[in-house]
Design a protein around this ligand. Structure first.
Ligand code: NAG
Ligand code: NAG
Ligand code: NAG
Ligand code: NAG
Ligand code: NAG
Ligand code: NAG
Ligand code: NAG
Ligand code: NAG
Ligand code: NAG
Length: 659
């Protein structure tokens, strides 16, 4: 498949017309070309498009400083979180911004009575023709065809706004993120075992291995089998010194995020009975379904959900869990975006009033289309719901084992989400993400420059390293994976499963700079153990951006996890296992802090980086990809296993010593 040459027509037009105009125009966004999108004809000028302008939020710099302050163990303000209301008020876009943008639109021929502002003031909305938009944004719209689905979309390569407008807006859609043309939808039928892959969105899990390595699991926690062969809850407890939980305090439930993957009660019960008999039969999370998300779903059985819950329930018992099951059955299939409907459900101020935050990528609610799968068994309440805005209070800890390549979406799309994680941190919430399962690549794909036309999506192409999203957002905690050494009991090394292309996701963000809490750690890393990539890729580009946010932050075991899948004992791997382990540990630490009358731990990274001794440093292994050996696990922090794996007692001491 070839990438078409994408001429920068719009840029030349923009520059030539810009000079006599009263306002200097600047390019606001440019698309990263992808071989998946084939450029077809010019868009018909009379086509009407639903336009959204995402307004820049106020006080983001203030929010950042505030988060760093209240998460800094040396600050007097440690643990002094904001309420959801205070957070909404702090960041609401200013009236000046809204007035400036509306005036610009009005003066450009899109009269004031055509646009409206969302209740949270986050978005400005209007319909406009392609012709109007081309003139407004100094660009050209084309039809693009998706190489896999053949669906037709409309969009542009880049667009321009007056310089004085730029600071007031984050993004405009549809532009470099495309709008799907109506009528061209093709349905993909979901297999009975919930698919592990969704257009560019993967749960970070390697498929369950059944058969071949099946073994009978003893009723007493699988104790005859060494941990390196079968990682049980007891093994995890032993590895990190995790005590049994003691209370099930209301308000300290752990949050589990699932998207298009559904748990199965019978499998959970089998796992609990075999490996954690203290967890009662029938234990399951409380469903906080989002926009029609529902679980369990009859015979749709997802390994990701089973893995998360088979790890979390035994570790946090008797604490309960809350399931954020995101999106209805159809939208899970059709939408390409990630994360926004979830964040909408936690934060009303983030929500648009019509559903989804990017109409080209995110699901639309209410879902008025007929149930495409026509599955009569779909439970009531999972269809036709309005979009949920601020429907749920976030749990103290949220574990997410999903992600995709950072280059999948624009900076603006991803940065808005990253800022939402900052807002959760401000409210005392810990967000824990899996770092990805394919080393420095994105499932074998690497980043090639946009002018390279003969790029094919070959495995391990020699492009630049491709970081993970959201794992590389600096306001969450990113967890990489280790595995156990087969000769020495309970010794960990960076995970390496070459036959599955599975290595711990890690590297440096191209979107977010290194945050202050990481600065001295990264300086030591580059000074003492510089990675060997002083050369460039075959395309002449650097392999990674050394001023980017480094990830993961920490690691935990993520291979040979034993659980039941479809009635059979199975071994599952992935940073998908590592994230819920770390999230469970944070939940147990919150349990102790809350019992002592203290706050939750909230955004933990500043504390973690100041306390590397609370981790077992992992110094062997690497995370290959893009035709290289990737990075190496070294002494101290590294972009494979972060600070290392947790030592529960030390982490607990650190956090209990804080106010
Ligand atoms: C759990 O409970 C269900 C329903 O009561 C029962 O059918 C099943 O046998 C139990 N499972 C185990 C492993 O005890
Ligand atoms: C949690 O505690 C309540 C009362 O304190 C009890 O009724 C409930 O069974 C407990 N849940 C679990 C999972 O232990
Ligand atoms: C869905 O099922 C109903 C009856 O169960 C049938 O009338 C209808 O045509 C089906 N729709 C589709 C899209 O298959
Ligand atoms: C949904 O609700 C309707 C009306 O209450 C009922 O007839 C139907 O059986 C329900 N469907 C399911 C799958 O529960
Ligand atoms: C792509 O652009 C870079 C920098 O502008 C240039 O050095 C390189 O030769 C170009 N590559 C191709 C294949 O055109
Ligand atoms: C692409 O073309 C360049 C030179 O035009 C060549 O060196 C390179 O091997 C080609 N890459 C692929 C993947 O075909
Ligand atoms: C396991 O540990 C031993 C001793 O520490 C070491 O020599 C060996 O290389 C390790 N093996 C792996 C696969 O890491
Ligand atoms: C490298 O990262 C920094 C910090 O995020 C960013 O400002 C810069 O644009 C990045 N450079 C490239 C070439 O991506
Ligand atoms: C750059 O150096 C790395 C590390 O030595 C090596 O793996 C890679 O193949 C080199 N790249 C090129 C294009 O020679």
């Amino acid at each position: 498949m070839h990438l078409l040459s994408l001429a920068a027509l719009a840029l030349s037009i923009g520059l030539s017309i810009a000079s006599p105009a009263p306002h200097v125009r600047v390019r606001h966004e440019k698309r990263t070309p992808s071989p998946q999108w084939l450029k077809r004809t010019r868009a018909p000028p009379e086509t009407s498009l639903p336009v959204r302008i995402g307004m820049a939020q106020n006080n983001l710099d203030v929010g950042h400083e505030r988060l760093m302050e209240i998460s800094d163990p040396n600050s007097e303000k440690y643990g002094q979180y904001l309420s959801a209301q205070e957070v909404g008020d702090l960041f609401r876009p200013s009236s000046e911004s809204i007035d400036a943008v509306r005036e610009w639109l009005h003066n450009s021929g899109i009269e004031s009575d055509r646009h409206s502002v969302s209740p949270g003031r986050g978005w400005l909305k209007f319909d406009a023709t392609v012709e109007e938009l081309e003139s407004l944004l100094f660009t050209e719209y084309h039809i693009y065809e998706h190489s896999d689905t053949m669906e037709q979309h409309i969009g542009c390569n880049e667009y321009h706004v007056p310089r004085h407008i730029q600071k007031h807006i984050d993004l405009i859609t549809p532009t470099v993120t495309f709008a799907k043309l109506k009528g061209g939808e093709k349905m993909k039928k979901r297999s009975k075992l919930a698919s592990l892959s969704r257009a560019r969105l993967d749960p970070h899990v390697t498929p369950a291995e059944t058969g071949g390595r099946q073994m009978s699991v003893s009723g007493n926690s699988g104790s005859e089998v060494p941990c390196y062969l079968a990682v049980t809850p007891d093994c995890i407890r032993q590895l990190y010194g995790i005590p049994m939980g003691t209370t099930n305090q209301t308000g300290n439930e752990i949050g589990i995020f699932e998207d298009g993957d559904y748990y199965d009660q019978e499998d959970l019960d089998l796992t609990f009975a075999a490996l954690a008999p203290y967890v009662p039969n029938g234990t399951h999370p409380t469903l906080n379904g989002i926009d029609g998300g529902y679980a369990p779903m009859d015979d749709l059985i997802g390994v990701e959900s089973l893995l998360d819950m088979s790890i979390i329930f035994p570790l946090i018992h008797p604490q309960a869990a809350t399931l954020y099951q995101v999106d209805d059955y159809k939208e899970v299939e059709l939408s390409q975006g990630f994360g926004n409907t979830f964040l909408d459900a936690l934060d009303a101020s983030y929500c648009t009033y019509e559903g989804g935050d990017d109409p080209t990528l995110d699901p639309h609610y209410p879902d008025t289309a007929p149930n495409p799968a026509n599955e009569s068994w779909l439970p009531n309440g999972t269809w036709g719901q309005s979009e949920m805005c601020g429907a749920y209070k976030p749990t103290n800890v949220i574990s997410v084992s999903y992600g995709l390549g950072e280059n999948a979406f624009s900076y603006f799309y991803e940065n808005r989400q990253c800022q939402e994680y900052m807002k959760l941190g401000l409210q005392g919430v810990s967000v824990i993400y899996a770092s990805g399962d394919s080393g420095v690549s994105n499932r074998g794909e690497c980043i090639v420059p946009s002018n390279v036309t003969n790029y094919t999506t070959i495995e391990n192409n020699p492009g630049a390293f491709s970081p993970s999203f959201p794992a590389a957002c600096p306001y969450l905690t990113s967890v990489g994976a280790t595995m156990l050494n087969s000769t020495t009991e309970l010794v960990e090394t960076a995970v390496s499963v070459p036959e599955e292309g599975y290595w711990s996701g890690g590297g440096f963000s191209n979107y977010w700079p290194a945050p202050s809490y990481q600065e001295s750690t990264l300086r030591s890393y580059f000074e003492n153990t510089p990675p060997p990539y002083t050369n460039t890729t075959a395309y002449g580009t650097p392999y990674y951006n050394s001023s980017g946010r480094g990830y993961p932050d920490v690691a935990a075991v993520g291979q040979n996890i034993l659980l039941y899948v479809q009635g059979a004992p199975s071994f599952v791997g992935g940073t998908s296992a590592s994230a819920p382990i770390f999230a469970s540990i944070i939940t147990l630490i919150n349990e102790k802090r809350l019992a002592a009358g203290k706050s939750t731990v909230g955004f933990v990274n500043p504390v973690l980086y100041q306390n590397p001794d609370a981790f077992k440093d992992i110094t062997t292994g690497d995370n290959p990809g893009c035709g290289t050996d990737g990075f190496s696990a070294v002494k101290g922090w590294d972009p494979v296993t972060g600070l290392g794996t947790p030592i529960f007692s030390k982490l607990l001491d650190v956090f209990m010593a804080l106010p």
